[in-house]
Design a protein around this ligand. Structure first.
Ligand code: SF4
Length: 233
């Protein structure tokens, strides 16, 4: 086979064509490689309690963890728990949240979340997905992050923009919806690996497999990649 033919073949590679076994093997290789790259992955949001983590995750929508970390010291000093936040003055809350964008909606959402935590759960964060998603501003992704990070409970895999991009590039899913991506990933990896795999994919997507100009020359899973970017250079 000439080099030209080989390159053409590589370009025709499609993640959809692989067998279930091949995909599981690929997922295992990716998981192993990312666990070497990030042996002890940590959520990059600053928090001290499950309640603070939940609030920080809600605030991280449409912005970065770093930006959220700039305002949470003030927020949590003033409102350290659900009881305090549930009674917060909305205008004062908005002023604290102003630097992170969408501050009006987020101020309302986190105060409502705190009220519901007080009303239904004695101010504590519930430990099931079903109860979590009934809270204001808490969708499945947020619930999965908090359950995994705060309690080590894995009912699903949190799929954010990084996880979705990485999963697609590495041929782990072709699903069209976030829920579909989550289901595919859940089927490929053992439950006990979900929480850490999620964190590793987030870190990998945030720092190496970035949306534009991914750092493919430093990628430990390049041979498993289907993205056109991986074949440049
Ligand atoms: S080779 Fe590049 S695009 Fe593919 S997974 Fe690695 S960093 Fe991402």
């Amino acid at each position: 086979m000439t080099e030209k033919t080989a390159k053409k073949g590589a370009k025709r590679r499609s993640s959809a064509a692989q067998s279930a076994e091949a995909r599981i093997a690929r997922a295992e290789r990716v998981s192993r490689a990312l666990s070497v790259l990030y042996p002890e992955p940590k959520c990059e949001l600053d928090y001290s309690t499950p309640f603070q983590l939940l609030i920080a995750v809600i605030l991280s929508a449409q912005t970065t963890d770093k930006r959220v970390n700039t305002i949470t010291p003030t927020l949590f000093e003033r409102y350290p728990d659900a009881q305090a936040l549930s009674k917060a003055n909305l205008f004062a809350l908005r002023e604290i949240l102003r630097p992170i964008g969408f501050f009006r909606a987020k101020a309302r959402a986190i105060r409502e979340t705190a009220k519901l935590l007080v009303k239904r759960h004695k101010g504590e964060v519930p430990r099931t997905l079903a109860e979590m998603v009934k809270l204001q501003g808490v969708a499945r992704k947020t619930a999965n992050v908090v359950l995994g990070e705060a309690f080590g409970i894995s009912e699903g895999i949190a799929v954010d923009t990084h996880v979705e991009r990485v999963a697609r590039r590495l041929g782990l899913t072709e699903a069209r919806t976030v829920r579909g991506v989550e289901k595919d990933l859940m089927a490929l990896t053992p439950r006990e690996a979900w929480a850490k795999d999620h964190l590793r994919m987030v870190l990998f997507g945030r720092y190496l497999c970035v949306a534009r100009s991914p750092k493919c020359d430093r990628c430990p899973v390049r041979s498993d990649c289907f993205a056109p970017e991986s074949r440049e250079g």
